[in-house]
Write a protein that binds this ligand. Structure first.
Ligand SMILES: [Zn+2]
Length: 508
């Protein structure tokens, strides 16, 4: 090589390098490492506020802070955002879309609670979104394409971050029968869907493949093990939180819980278009987190509108509603019947059970107008409905548990629908139930019954441990809020007249 040519080459290289630093993003320098940071996730269940005075403004503030520290960072969701909350029962999830638009969410996926208010509402909210909705396996039966394709839902998107092309999709559990998703929505097997989509994303230029997961952790890990070529699976339908990310079949699996507890930060280091290493941090969100002022204003505005809506009269009761503590925890109460009957109707169940401790307010609500606030005073907890299949033996054991505590005090006392029972409060705890009838016929220990209840009881709370072994027909994670069900029941009925009618009797 002539000396002159060598000099020209060196000068040329220097020029390219200089230009590279100055103008060409990091990616163009072959062999150099680039960092892709993913902040996750959403999974906020229609809430703009969390526990401990934390709001979306804190969450957004933390995201802004982490974005400033990691230029180009993506903020990705995990679904279950449009519902379910008291706010969503009024605004139908639009409050979340507005918040995400303001926060610059990059992409979200379709979870079960996107369909709490039906498929048309999802389409309407998706249309208002300025972020991408993507799903690998939620499908429109009529087209075979992603559900909502007509409003912009895609199987995946590719975003360029610091010169790296990041392919983003999402995946959900088989939620169809547990939601109001309607007849046109089907959920395909996650493994099959991702096995075909991942190579397609690579073929269309994705150098990294990131999956926003609306699966439970075990399922997500099975996907990681069975599908090659996924760089990261983030998010969790079951709200589980891992302090450290896992590596399974070269796929990073990270979950940060749900609502406003934490923010996940996953950084992938990429060299020559390939992932070479990663780091993961799980950030706590507290009320001391600096807020994002734009979100402070948005949250305050929606809260004002919510407060006004809560005072709207939704119906009338001709009977006083008795929620006094010793009553709901010690005897059949007409408020308990209203709630249990609502669960019973929602689940089209044989029977329903609501624990008395979940019924609050602790007063007699006089006959007259009922507002949304009245119902939220009675049901202040964010309990969701669940549908189980139990044996006669399990159902009897559940009632036995319900009356096993200090009657009048213990929160486990059952308020019921679809059944009647007799018990002796003076008998030893554990052998108080004398007889049970379901739909007017004696309980058959060998038969099975569908039981609608709340997530607390279904999960074995208040010693209802026998229900943890029951077959789950609609998991609590997919169920609507019990409070919202009761609000809707009162709205639908216009006038209610719940009475004590001999469902729970003592054999004294
Ligand atoms: Zn979910």
């Amino acid at each position: 090589m002539a000396r002159r040519r060598l000099v020209a080459l060196v000068v040329g290289l220097a020029l390219v390098t200089t230009l590279g630093w100055g103008r060409v993003p990091e990616r163009a320098r072959a062999g150099q490492a680039a960092g892709v940071t993913i902040l996750f996730d959403t999974h906020l269940h229609g809430n703009l506020t969390g526990s401990g005075d934390v709001t979306m403004a804190h969450y957004a503030g933390l995201i802004a802070q982490r974005r400033a520290a990691n230029p180009g960072a993506l903020f990705l969701g995990a679904g279950d955002d449009l519902g379910s909350s008291a706010m969503s029962s009024i605004f139908k999830g639009r409050q979340m879309v507005d918040a995400f638009n303001a926060m610059g969410l990059d992409a979200n996926t379709l979870g079960n609670h996107e369909f709490d208010y039906g498929p048309d509402n999802f389409l309407e909210q998706a249309r208002a979104a300025r972020f991408a909705w993507v799903t690998a396996n939620v499908t429109d039966r009529r087209t075979g394409g992603p559900f909502g394709e007509e409003v912009g839902v895609r199987r995946f998107v590719i975003k360029e971050v610091n010169g790296v092309r990041v392919g983003i999709t999402g995946v959900a559990w088989l939620f169809t029968s547990a939601t109001n998703a309607g007849p046109n929505l089907v959920v395909d097997d996650p493994v099959t869907a991702l096995r075909s989509l991942t190579p397609r994303m690579r073929a269309e230029g994705a150098q990294l493949v990131v999956v926003m997961s609306h699966l439970c952790g075990v399922q997500a890990e099975a996907v990681a093990a069975q599908v090659d070529g996924i760089d990261a699976i983030i998010g969790d339908h079951c709200a589980e939180r891992l302090k450290e990310a896992k590596l399974i079949n070269n796929t990073i699996v990270a979950r940060r819980g749900d609502e406003f507890d934490a923010l996940g930060e996953l950084t992938l280091r990429v060299e020559s278009g390939r992932r070479v290493s990663f780091s993961y941090t799980d950030h706590e969100v507290t009320k001391d987190t600096p807020v994002d002022p734009a979100l402070t204003a948005l949250v305050a505005d929606y809260r004002r509108r919510l407060d006004a809506e809560l005072e709207v009269v939704i119906g009338e009761t001709t009977e006083p509603l008795d929620n006094r503590r010793p009553v709901v925890r010690g005897a059949e109460s007409n408020t308990g019947n209203l709630i249990a009957d609502t669960l019973h109707a929602w689940g089209k169940a044989d029977v329903a059970l609501q624990n008395g401790g979940g019924v609050r307010g602790e007063r007699i609500v006089p006959a007259g107008p009922v507002t949304r606030a009245t119902i939220l005073e009675i049901l202040p907890f964010n309990n969701t409905a669940a549908l189980l299949r139990v044996t006669g033996v399990q159902l009897r054991a559940a009632l036995e548990n319900g009356v096993s505590g200090q009657v009048g005090t213990a929160g486990k006392f059952p308020q019921v629908s679809g059944l009647t029972f007799v018990y002796n409060p003076d008998a030893p705890s554990g052998s108080r139930v004398l007889s049970v009838a379901v739909g007017g016929r004696p309980l058959d220990p060998a038969a099975t019954y569908t039981l609608a209840t709340n997530d607390f009881v279904a999960g074995g709370g208040d010693d209802y441990t026998m229900l943890r072994d029951a077959e789950v027909l609609i998991p609590a994670a997919a169920g609507p809020l019990v409070s919202v069900l009761v609000i809707e029941a009162v709205e639908a009925a216009g006038t209610i007249a719940p009475k004590v009618e001999g469902r729970i009797n003592t054999g004294r």
